[in-house]
Design a binder for this molecule. Structure first.
Ligand SMILES: Nc1ncnc2c1ncn2[C@@H]1O[C@H](COP(=O)(O)OP(=O)(O)OP(=O)(O)O)[C@@H](O)[C@H]1O
Ligand SMILES: [Mg+2]
Length: 400
């Protein structure tokens, strides 16, 4: 039977309910507009909250986390687990997110005409048995050629090196080998990734092997190179190149700045900078644009403090920054501020102390170490990678 396609979320929900019945579950439809889930299903001791999403695109990490948060609320304590069922599957960032966090109470599935294909099942010890995703044409296109990401803000200390390294980490977790180009004459990246931190040999390799999180799959490598060491033909398997830039644009090799497909501008929500009119961001946009006509440029908030008590300050600063960027993007629509509800980098101790390995002279590692399965930087950087890969899909889902 050919795959069915649903336009109407209610029809899709009814279809999923029938599929749950076919799996032997008793189906209870809660009142419409029940927050958190759409269908309740029961079999023996199992009582499952099923959330159904009729997105026309891949399910984003934000939807997945929202459902996970619901499952942790006291109102959800009666459920033994939750299923999130979608119609267009899950992309690499969201699958990487669950495969690294491994929530034990969540199952992810894609409902097709015939049955539910499982994409993540915490009880399945053989992940290779799960159905792999068919790449969408957009995903095929994005994997077919090298993509250049510049991380640049014409201000020091805003997190360029931290963002470049961990964005590389997110792509590496998603299965890409990554080249990190150290364009800053300070060569911080190289120091951070030296395989033997005690060595002062100029030829000492600087790289990090990122272990696979699925059985029977290969890990990936993040390799730090200087601009003059990079040559696309020497690394045919590499599709992601991330450049950590010097805050002084003229210090960065122009032939590489010209290649950026995306430019990521880390920025903090600091009152002084924003009161001046957020001009660091707009100056950065215009500096890059003078040299590069095609790059899509995204300012991303780094060091975000999500505590409720800072909500008022965050919203005030954010709306001022948004106003400045929106005014600028009237003349250059490829320049945007990423709303933190789509992607942001939270302030974290893990990122603050990342780099202690240089002091301790221990081997390099990313700030992706786990705290009870969760890791804020890892989630944030996977969400940033997801946004960069397909921001039109993310914003279209969230604007509904
Ligand atoms: N989200 C975050 N949470 C906590 N600390 C952070 C965060 N982002 C960056 N930092 C810390 O801020 C400091 C400056 O970061 P980083 O070196 O990445 O900035 P930079 O823009 O590359 O600076 P430079 O212009 O000197 O190259 C680092 O010590 C880093 O650990
Ligand atoms: Mg730096």
């Amino acid at each position: 039977m050919a795959d069915l396609r649903f336009e109407d979320p209610y029809e899709f929900e009814k279809h999923v309910a029938r599929q749950c019945e076919d799996l032997g579950y008793e189906v209870i439809m809660p009142p419409t507009n029940q927050p958190g889930y759409d269908i309740e299903i029961i079999k023996g001791k199992e009582r499952i909250a099923v959330q159904v999403k009729c997105y026309k695109t891949r399910c984003p990490i934000s939807a997945l986390n929202k459902f996970l948060d619901f499952l942790e609320l006291p109102v959800a304590s009666g459920f033994t687990s939750g299923w999130l069922i979608v119609q267009n599957g899950f992309g690499k960032p969201s699958l990487t997110h669950v495969e690294t966090e491994r929530p034990s109470n969540l199952k992810l599935g894609t409902s097709t005409g015939r049955a539910i294909k499982w994409n993540y099942d915490p009880n399945n010890k053989e992940p290779q048995d799960l159905e792999p995703e068919e790449p969408t044409p957009k995903e095929q296109e994005s994997d077919s050629r090298v993509k250049y990401f510049g991380v640049f803000t014409c201000k020091g200390g805003v997190g360029k090196t931290t963002v470049a390294a961990h964005l590389a980490g997110a792509f590496a977790l998603m299965g890409y080998d990554v080249i990190l180009l150290d364009l800053d004459p300070d060569k911080n990246l190289r120091k951070l990734f030296l395989e033997n931190p005690a060595s002062d040999d100029e030829d000492e390799p600087a790289s990090l092997y990122v272990h696979p999180h699925k059985r029977d799959t290969m890990g990936t490598t993040i390799t730090v190179l200087n601009a003059d060491q990079w040559n696309e033909r020497a690394y045919p398997e590499v599709k992601v190149v991330i450049c950590d830039c010097s805050p002084v644009l003229s210090e960065n090799p122009m032939h590489l700045v010209k290649k950026f497909d995306y430019c990521v501008l880390p920025t903090t929500l600091n009152p002084l900078g924003i009161a001046k009119g957020g001009d660091v961001i707009t100056r950065t946009f215009s500096h890059i644009r003078k040299r590069n006509k095609q790059a899509e440029m995204f300012a991303v908030v780094n060091g975000y403090n999500p505590a409720q008590s800072y909500e008022r300050q965050n919203n005030t600063l954010l709306s001022m920054l948004e106003k400045t960027v929106n005014a600028y993007s009237k003349s250059d629509p490829k320049c945007k501020l990423i709303n933190p509800s789509y992607a942001k980098i939270r302030q974290s101790k893990l990122l603050q102390y990342w780099g202690m390995h240089i002091i301790d002279r221990s081997p390099p590692a990313l700030a992706f170490r786990e705290i009870a399965g969760r890791n804020a930087p890892r989630t944030d950087f996977l969400q940033l990678a997801e946004f960069l890969q397909d921001h039109t899909a993310i914003t279209s889902i969230n604007e509904k």
